[in-house]
Design a protein around this ligand. Structure first.
Ligand code: NDP
Length: 399
């Protein structure tokens, strides 16, 4: 059916490549491109024998001309951006120049400010519309599946959704005293930022990790979870009619938080460059270099993740509570594709989002968040491609 150019060959990129190769009717060809081409070649070799034809390339995704040259050479139907959020705009520019569809899993962030906002990418709406190409923003798990869950709940079970709690639990144990499950720089920028939630039309900011609740997660048990800012709240606040409040919660162990506090207190999580032995270094980037590579956690991680959304609202004048979630097992993911569940739960929805575009189910010129498309074919594909979901109409509530 089509060809995808996958940019980024890290933890998430590896899962996207495996999943595209499990779906050769849709992904007849893929090109894996990244800064370090050896990682792309290693993936290609691992999947030798797959029906999907695989090529590899070196690309600097910060450079629009380099990207345009690669797209013109490879002629993909869609670019799947699983590099870093810093590259979103350059890749979107290259897609515009070559009229190729675009998909990512994380919103653009400027390198020098940890700010999670869609405004930079939403500014491309008219240009994508005029070029007749589709950009799907945030097609990982959160953002991604959480938005699809919201669209599904709205379509099938509610006249109005009033409250959304997004709950992201990771009960995985990798055996290291401290490591992050995806890119450490992006992860630490996210969790050291101020928290926020949406209520009555505006965002209310909190100090980092200031609000904590305990929740009894299906198949995982009781966990401490903390209120964080998370990018899908921004688009859901606009796209879910009647919404009064959206909160995002993520679980952290006391051990993780203690390590993080120490690193923060000594200045290791700062993104301000400092002089070190005659050169400028960014402490957080140096920290990334000494922490375990997330891709290496796969064989060591045991336990499960549970990510989902609890909706409260009304249908036919009656109150409705609805919880939809996926439970994913780190070891099963590793056995299937050689990655732990955090990369898996991001890479599978990225492949599915690209499949939605290539099969025409999610094609409309412009720039869209996932909840703006029909959720039904995506929900079916989650069950088929390794992220089955479960639902409950009598969930335990957060408060
Ligand atoms: P990794 O750091 O493991 O991989 C990033 C990849 O991008 C590497 O292959 C890296 O190359 C490549 N890359 C970085 N900069 C460039 C560049 N300038 N040009 C070309 N390639 C580049 O990250 P992850 O796989 O863990 O994460 C990928 C994305 O997924 C991130 O944007 C992250 O925010 C997002 N994510 C989304 C989630 C969701 O649920 N929505 C959850 C988790 C992650 P090299 O090997 O040379 O460094």
């Amino acid at each position: 059916m089509g060809k995808a150019l996958i940019i980024g060959a890290g933890g998430v990129g590896s899962v996207v490549v495996h999943k595209c190769c499990q779906n050769p009717e849709v992904f007849e060809e893929i090109c894996i491109a990244s800064r370090t081409v050896a990682k792309c070649d290693a993936l290609k070799n691992k999947l030798a024998g797959s029906k999907t034809k695989i090529t590899t390339a070196k690309v600097n995704a910060d450079d629009v001309d380099d990207l345009i040259a690669l797209i013109n050479k490879e002629k993909p139907d869609i670019v799947i951006n699983v590099a870093l959020p810093y590259q979103d705009l350059t890749i979107m520019d290259a897609c515009l120049a070559t009229k190729v569809h675009y998909l990512d899993t994380a919103n653009y962030e400027p390198l020098d400010t940890a700010k999670f906002e869609y405004k930079w990418q939403w500014a491309y709406r008219e240009k994508f519309e005029k070029s007749g190409i589709t950009a799907v923003l945030g097609s990982g798990f959160d953002p991604g599946v959480t938005g699809v869950f919201s669209a599904y709940a709205q379509k099938h079970y509610f006249d109005e959704i009033h409250y959304i709690d997004i709950l992201d639990a990771n009960a995985g144990d990798h055996g290291y005293p401290f490591a992050t499950n995806f890119n450490p720089e992006i992860n630490i920028r996210e969790v050291t930022a101020k928290g926020s939630y949406f209520e009555n039309g505006k965002f209310i900011e909190t100090e980092p990790m200031a609000i904590k609740k305990v929740y009894n997660f299906p198949e995982i048990g009781e966990k401490d979870m903390y209120l964080l800012h998370h990018e899908e709240m921004e688009s859901l606040a606009l796209n879910i009619k009647g919404i009064k409040r959206i909160r995002f919660w993520m679980t952290f162990s006391q051990n993780y938080l203690t390590h993080l506090k120490v690193l923060e207190n000594v200045g290791m999580t700062s993104i301000e460059p400092i002089d070190f032995e005659g050169q400028k270094i960014v402490p957080l980037q140096f920290l990334k270099a000494v922490l375990p590579d997330p891709a290496s956690l796969g064989p060591r991680t045991k336990g499960k993740t549970n990510i989902g959304c609890i909706f409260r609202g009304v249908k036919n004048g009656k109150p409705v509570n609805y919880y939809v979630y996926n439970v994913c097992d780190h070891e099963e993911c590793y056995n299937e594709v050689g990655s732990q569940a955090v990369s898996y739960t991001t890479g599978v929805p990225a492949m599915i989002g690209a499949m939605m575009v290539l099969t025409g189910k999610w094609q409309k010129p412009g720039v869209y968040n996932v909840e703006e498309f029909n959720p039904d074919p995506f929900m079916d594909a989650l069950n088929k491609f390794g992220l089955p979901w479960q639902e409950s109409f009598e969930p335990e509530l957060v408060d």
